[in-house]
Write a protein that binds this ligand. Structure first.
Ligand SMILES: NC(=O)c1ccc[n+]([C@@H]2O[C@H](COP(=O)([O-])OP(=O)(O)OC[C@H]3O[C@@H](n4cnc5c(N)ncnc54)[C@H](O)[C@@H]3O)[C@@H](O)[C@H]2O)c1
Length: 255
């Protein structure tokens, strides 16, 4: 098992991609502590995994709170004695041009998508240094590299995550800590589907139509992103450091 006894913290663990990531690491032998906003969702998902023979633990809370971000890493230390892998997957997508973006939308995007990643990395890196190494996988987006239209707060926050990833990777490669980002294009999750619902479009039809625009024939399923995250966290990616890995099914994102 690739992650036997590895101590892993995953944010956004009850979301679309997050559930797939939590399940994958648990299946492959890791000790998993996952985070999400609502305690009931965390508890339900933990129970559902246990019913299938997979043990995980969770700490629910709001990543906009610095104290919660730090408590999450402290909880991993208390439960597991340290942390080997951090997956910063949680995110939100306020939608709008600059003229449609309120202060609250702007600061929420930066707080959840960027500042929480900063707090979590800052708390986790000393533990990884003590352990002699580790891996961090952040979630940027193709829209962090090639900003899409009408999502100014989201694209800006994801671009900053890509920059933060490269910066931290250079600073901590010599500690044996590899830091990379995954940059998905469209993924079939509640985040994507909520955008269609908001516009009164049936999400199943929209996802099927969108699939026709992707050379591989479908938009990504969460497990297809989880596999890339696991690769980046694994020893197979031992020479991958400071990368922003685009996962697009060959769909051109810009132009
Ligand atoms: N779905 C896509 O098309 C797509 C494309 C590119 C990148 N991404 C990124 O992938 C990641 C996962 O997205 P997803 O599609 O699974 O979305 P999702 O909405 O299904 O899951 C996101 C999770 O983050 C959690 N979260 C949000 N704010 C939080 C907070 N303040 N405190 C604690 N938890 C919080 C949510 O509760 C949710 O469970 C995000 O960072 C997203 O930006 C998604």
């Amino acid at each position: 098992m690739r992650f036997d006894k590895k101590r892993v913290v995953i944010t956004g663990g009850t979301g679309g991609i997050g559930q797939a990531v939590v399940e994958l690491f648990a299946r492959e032998g890791a000790q998993v502590l996952f985070s999400d906003y609502r305690a009931q969702d965390c508890s339900d998902y933990c129970d559902a995994l246990r019913a299938r023979g997979l043990e995980t633990s969770y700490l629910a809370g709001d990543l906009r709170q610095k104290s919660y971000c730090e408590a999450l890493i402290a909880d991993a230390e208390a439960k597991f004695g340290g942390i080997d892998i951090l997956v910063n997957n949680a995110g939100i997508i306020p939608r709008g041009t600059i003229l449609e973006t309120t202060d609250d939308m702007w600061f929420s995007a930066l707080d959840v998508n960027l500042t929480a990643v900063f707090f979590l990395c800052r708390a986790a890196i000393p533990q990884m240094q003590r352990a002699g190494g580790g891996a961090i996988v952040n979630t940027s987006s193709t829209w962090g590299l090639y900003p899409g239209p009408g999502h100014v707060a989201y694209c800006t926050s994801k671009a900053a995550v890509a920059a933060l990833t490269k910066n931290l990777a250079r600073d901590h490669a010599a500690d044996g800590i590899r830091i990379n980002a995954v940059c998905p294009n469209e993924v079939n999750t509640p985040m994507l589907r909520s955008g269609f619902l908001r516009r009164g479009i049936d999400p199943d039809n929209a996802v099927a139509e969108l699939g026709k625009t992707v050379p591989l024939g479908h938009i990504a399923e969460p497990a297809e992103i989880a596999d890339v995250i696991a690769f980046l966290a694994s020893q197979d990616a031992r020479y991958v450091c400071g990368a922003t890995v685009e996962v697009t099914g060959a769909k051109a994102v810009y132009g």
